[in-house]
Design a protein around this ligand. Structure first.
Ligand code: BEZ
Ligand code: FE
Length: 277
């Protein structure tokens, strides 16, 4: 196989996959090569542009470590993460929609009893969050496990603060026998995703801002139901229609109600999709 040219090289590369034993991997590699080559042809990629792309991916790798996942941020800001969530979380109408996981979840967050304050010293305006975890028929889901995490009033998660060694504004709760939950935390505020690296340069070059609308993260698990990874967003947020990572769903927007004592109250019920057996 010699003298390949711009018309014959794609087939030549695909031919090299002929002996792949893993059919799924073969499908993925075949499609990837077809789309990559079609992209290069469509934009008539120059050698200089190809090298800029390589440089961008190299920088993305260099800034990535166990605290900073720039590749996921790239996927998020290009809409690939939300597309993958949408493709893999089709649910019947009425079930709470899923959205991006994000890079700030930490396994093994502290456990709290219902009603406790998960802020654990994180700064922000006090806020009570409450609701019920239900099944598709409206029944309460007994003892659902809620893993919650959020940023502080500066828009930073505990793991983004140098020097904070204990969990703040994150915790695990268990709903009661009727699926009801309530906990105290702090007011969610909009924040900018990390944009001091290659993804930030991409956002600037494409004239995009790095902001996410205020939200709480939830991962909810219960026996017999699909795990739900989602957010609850604040209705009054200016970034709801321009979330940097495309995660907003109308059904996930709730009111943060100001209370006479200066605190806030959010009511939100989740509806889980029964697991297929
Ligand atoms: C987050 O909501 O925590 C998040 C999601 C995607 C990218 C950056 C942050
Ligand atoms: Fe977040």
């Amino acid at each position: 196989m010699r003298n390949l040219n711009e018309d014959t090289i794609t087939q030549a590369v695909l031919g090299r996959f002929a002996d792949m034993p893993d059919g799924r991997l073969k499908d993925i590699m075949t499609s990837l090569v077809q789309h990559l080559h079609a992209f290069a042809r469509e934009v008539r990629l120059t050698e200089e542009e190809w090298f800029q792309g390589i440089q961008f991916l190299t920088d993305t790798g260099h800034i990535t470590d166990n605290k900073r996942q720039e590749f996921i941020l790239l996927s998020d800001t290009l809409g690939l993460s939300m597309l993958t969530v949408a493709l893999n979380n089709r649910k019947p109408a009425g079930c709470t929609e899923a959205t991006v996981f994000g890079p700030f979840h930490v396994d093994g967050a502290p456990q709290y009893a219902l009603g406790e304050d998960i802020s654990n010293g994180a700064r922000g305006v006090p806020c009570l969050v409450r609701g019920t975890v239900r099944g598709a028929g409206g029944e309460g889901v007994p003892h659902a496990r809620l893993d919650v995490w959020q940023s502080d009033e500066e828009g930073l998660y505990d793991v983004q603060h140098a020097g904070i060694k204990h969990a703040q504004a994150r915790g695990i709760l268990q709903a009661d026998a009727e699926g009801r939950y309530h906990f105290r935390s702090i007011l969610a505020v909009p924040y900018a995703i990390p944009h001091d690296g290659p993804v930030g340069r991409m956002l600037e070059a494409t004239r995009r801002h790095p902001w996410r609308p205020a939200h709480l993260h939830f991962m909810i698990e219960a026996e017999g139901y699909e795990t739900l990874i989602t957010h609850v967003f604040r209705r009054d947020d200016p970034y709801l229609d321009s979330d940097a990572v495309f995660g907003v769903r109308q059904s996930l927007i709730a009111d943060w109600n100001p209370q006479p004592d200066g605190t806030y109250l959010v009511d939100y019920d989740f509806v889980l999709n029964p697991r297929k057996t």
